[in-house]
Design a protein around this ligand. Structure first.
Ligand code: CA
Ligand code: CA
Ligand code: CA
Ligand code: CA
Length: 278
């Protein structure tokens, strides 16, 4: 999403209204596989990937996500997993607290399972014993170290090992991350509220220099009350932040310096004043 609002005060005012819209949270939805194994939840502000297999094979089992080809070793093989990714959309953040899911092995499927997440590089997780074929799907809960205000994708991976036969399978269902999608989260320096800190925000700053800081979305300036060099410094510090980081070496070298801008702006005000009082 790219907005061109270089100089239009009306556009800026409209964006400020959007940026200060009521911030609210909605719960993250579960993968239920009511119809197909490729089914994903849909929700404003959050993109759910489908579950995918790496070095595993599809195995049919309506209403669940079932896979074969699990290893027979006694330890996790980190190159073999089922995974899914939650991606917060621009202007949204994720809070995550735990994951709950049902699992079931076939009679020769993996005896052990693990679930890990990308937050710590798949270093830690929950190890569980899978439910035998003769029982119903068993529920597992990993209460992981919480994640707050994530603006980048978070991936969960399921591993299985200790299969007793090469045809064994392991299925998942009701995969539910407990957490919420937060709307209206703002990034410092994102003066136009589009989720990125780039030259467009500089333009907003320049065009409002000396005016009230309330033209910026809440929390994006330095809270001094006026659009001033403090806000410029905030912007410069977080330049390149956001879902589409735009900082390149060339751009970094070309970040405008405030002294020049203040001079230009002052000149602009003088011209305007002269015009007004003529
Ligand atoms: Ca299901
Ligand atoms: Ca937790
Ligand atoms: Ca921006
Ligand atoms: Ca300020």
């Amino acid at each position: 999403m790219k907005r061109n609002l270089a100089t239009s005060a009306t556009a800026i005012a409209a964006l400020v209204l959007v940026g200060t819209a009521v911030s609210h949270a909605t719960p993250i939805l579960p993968y239920e596989f009511t119809s197909t194994h490729t089914e994903v939840p849909t929700q404003t502000g959050l993109t759910y990937s489908a579950l995918t297999r790496t070095n595993l094979s599809f195995s049919t089992s309506p209403g669940t996500f079932n896979s074969g080809g699990w290893n027979l070793a006694s330890e996790v093989d980190t190159t073999e997993y089922v995974e899914f990714t939650l991606t917060p959309e621009t202007g949204y953040e994720l809070n995550l607290t735990q994951i709950s899911f049902d699992s079931q092995r076939s009679n020769t499927g993996p005896v052990f399972g693990e679930v890990r997440y990308s937050v710590d590089g798949y270093a830690s997780g929950l190890t569980y014993t899978t439910t035998p074929l003769t029982e119903a799907l068993g529920n597992n809960i990993w209460d992981f170290p919480d994640v707050y205000n994530a603006t980048t994708p978070v991936t969960f991976r399921f591993y299985g090992y200790g299969a007793t036969g090469s045809l064994g399978t392991l299925k998942f269902d009701n995969v539910a991350v407990t957490g919420e999608v937060l709307e209206g989260a703002q990034i410092a320096g994102d003066f136009n509220g589009d989720g990125k800190v780039n030259l467009a925000d500089y333009t907003v700053w320049r065009d409002n220099l000396g005016g009230p800081e309330s033209v910026f979305p809440d929390g994006t300036g330095d809270s001094s009350g006026l659009v001033d060099t403090g806000d410029y410094n905030t912007w410069k510090t977080s330049f390149g932040t956001g879902s589409e980081a735009m900082l390149s070496t060339t751009q970094a070298a070309n970040v405008p310096e405030p002294a020049t801008v203040v001079l230009l702006a002052t000149f602009g005000l003088l011209v305007a004043a002269r015009y007004r009082f003529r």
